[in-house]
Ligand binder design. Structure first.
Ligand code: GCB
Length: 584
């Protein structure tokens, strides 16, 4: 265990708080305050981008009310296709923070945010779906405070995920707004905003690692903190690092045990800081062509899941996350992928509690490798992977990183760029397998992954309406990939659109029967192959897309549940297939 002062952790160093915010999620206890600023904010679109010039950073004129968290697109009438910039304002009285360093932490603002407090610029952050903290002690007023945020959700080739991408680097479909990915580019403040007060020179970082060790495991705890004495307790008992635990105490889908880790920092006998964390102890890895959990082969059964719900857009709500993950468990699923970006932290809290195994994906969907702006996109993809790993590295539920989804491989630099992303993730966290979801498993670059995440649509985009051909095509593809690489394969996407209420006998494209039948047949093909370590149906629920002629009602209907979370036939079918698994 180390508890040397973190070099960045100096009272007047803004970087220290930013770093702390990334690594330690806010909490309220006797030493720390996390004051939730969610609620009704003031909002105004700024399509001409004149707000800066007009001084809106001191207060937004003629606003409308808007809920945070939430996207503005389905919330504010008329704003559906507007991607900003837009301005948000929230006034608050300073809660009793005492003599602590204070920052404002955003769970996610899509795509870029610039923040002012009482007219003073606090900073900015690029990239959605990942938290950032801006120190604000010096700008705080004792009474009322005016927090203003400019959010820019516009698309660009120099952003990740990229937008306005030339057609030769997309799947060849045209959307409005002009995205190269298949989900609506919702914009806004999508997750909690918190005013966070932490002790000066307190606990700034925590890193956990569980290692199998004979009949049990050893938990290593590394604490970064200011000067002083650090103590650890697990479930109320003092421990030191490494700490041995028996096998029955390990976390797994059948038994998602969480233990309460308490870290305390004392100076001269006085308690200075305290941080608590529910932790699951488990080990994820790959051996040969098997994916392992706690040293045993594990099979992932589940879905790709978007954060998407009517009116909220991509704004998160714990009730929606709880319903989704409870439904997954009820069906017999044990896993999901956070497609195509990191999911909300409260969703991961639920996954930890329910024993769901998560493939955590970065926002790097639709990467392409043409020269224009390439260094910028790669820099962002690397940065976002690092931010994701910093946020989620101590999570039991997260068992693998996916560093991209369906990168276009038609440029010579593609394989090297993917290799660099995988290596970077492994260098930051050597405790989990790394991969990227690909629809092009025969391209160079695949070897950079520890697990092959395969997106495949036989029976839909390929061989539509031909169920038997779809089965044999998937079988051949799996055997070929396995023969070439000898690695475990998780089928991270397969499925078919089913318009809710559309029925056909015999099964036909777009009907609930066809979707159910195709999913069942392909799962059976995978089940015959022990090197297939998982099947994730695309998708858990229907979700909004941009407008395009191939997306009726601007919805991707590959959900097993509707967008409102009502079951289609496929849900029943999956339940029959999955209900007898021991780790339900
Ligand atoms: C894919 C993409 C996913 C799409 C899906 C589809 O391969 O990864 O984002 O939504 O196909 O339904 O076309």
């Amino acid at each position: 265990m180390t508890h040397a002062p973190h070099p960045d952790n100096r009272p007047d160093d803004p970087a220290s708080l930013t770093q702390t915010g990334r690594m330690l999620r806010p909490q309220t206890n006797g030493c720390r305050v996390a004051h939730d600023l969610s609620g009704v904010w003031s909002f105004r679109l700024d399509p001409d981008d004149e707000g800066r010039e007009r001084g809106w950073c001191r207060g937004v004129p003629e606003p409308v009310p808007a809920g945070v968290p939430g996207s503005w697109n389905e919330q504010v009438p008329g704003a559906r296709d507007e991607l900003g910039p837009a301005w948000y304002e929230r006034r608050f009285e300073l809660p009793p923070v005492g003599d602590r360093q204070v920052g404002i932490r955003f769970g996610s603002a899509v795509y870029a945010a610039e923040v002012w407090l009482n007219g003073e610029r606090l900073g900015e952050h690029e990239g959605g779906h990942l938290p950032f903290m801006l120190p604000c002690s010096a700008a705080l007023a004792d009474g009322e405070n005016v927090l203003v945020v400019r959010v820019d959700g516009r698309l660009g080739r120099d952003r990740v995920p990229p937008g306005l991408v030339p057609a030769e680097h997309t799947h060849g479909v045209t959307f409005h707004p002009d995205v190269s990915f298949d989900f609506f580019p919702f914009a806004g403040i999508h997750r909690k905003v918190e005013l966070v007060a932490t002790p000066w020179l307190g606990i700034s970082g925590l890193r956990l690692e569980t290692v199998l060790d004979g009949a049990g495991a050893a938990l290593f705890v590394q604490v970064e903190a200011g000067e002083g004495e650090v103590t650890l307790a697990l479930d109320g008992e003092r421990i030191t690092s490494p700490h041995r635990v028996e096998r029955e105490r390990l976390w797994c889908p059948q038994s998602p045990r969480l233990h309460l880790l308490e870290v305390e920092l004392r100076r001269g006998g006085t308690l200075v800081d305290r941080y608590t964390l529910p932790v699951g102890l488990r080990v994820a890895g790959v051996e040969g062509d098997r994916l392992l959990l706690n040293g045993e082969p594990v099979e992932l059964r589940g879905f790709g899941r978007h954060e998407d719900f009517p009116v909220l857009g991509r704004g998160t709500a714990p009730a929606v996350a709880a319903r989704d993950l409870l439904l997954m468990r009820q069906l017999g699923a044990n896993s999901f992928r956070t497609a195509h970006y990191p999911c909300d932290e409260e969703t991961l809290d639920i996954a930890d509690r329910l024993g769901l195994l998560v493939i955590a994906e970065t926002p790097a969907v639709g990467l392409y490798f043409a020269d224009e702006d390439l260094p910028r996109r790669q820099e962002l993809a690397l940065r976002f992977a690092a931010e994701l790993i910093a946020r989620d590295r101590n999570r039991a539920c997260v068992i693998a990183w996916s560093v991209a989804n369906e990168p276009r491989m038609n440029y010579p630099g593609a394989a090297a760029a993917l290799g660099q992303l995988c290596d970077a993730a492994r260098a930051l966290d050597g405790t989990r397998p790394v991969g990227y979801a690909t629809d092009l498993p025969d391209s160079p670059g695949v070897d950079a992954a520890d697990v092959i995440f395969l997106n495949a649509y036989p029976g839909w985009y390929k061989y539509p309406a031909r169920l038997e051909t779809a089965e044999s095509a998937l079988g051949e593809q799996l055997d070929r990939i396995h023969g070439q690489h000898g690695k475990p394969i998780v089928i991270t996407e397969f499925g078919a659109d089913a318009i809710p209420g559309s029925h056909a006998d015999p099964p036909a494209l777009w009907s609930e029967e066809y979707q159910a039948e195709l999913i069942e047949r392909l799962i059976r093909v995978a089940a015959q192959r022990p090197f297939v370590a998982g099947t994730h149906v695309w998708a858990f629920a229907d979700f909004a897309t941009a407008q395009g002629t191939h997306r009726p009602q601007s919805i991707n209907f590959k959900g097993v549940f509707t967008r409102e979370r009502q079951p289609k036939l496929a849900a029943r079918r999956l339940n029959i297939l999955w209900r007898n698994h021991a780790d339900r």
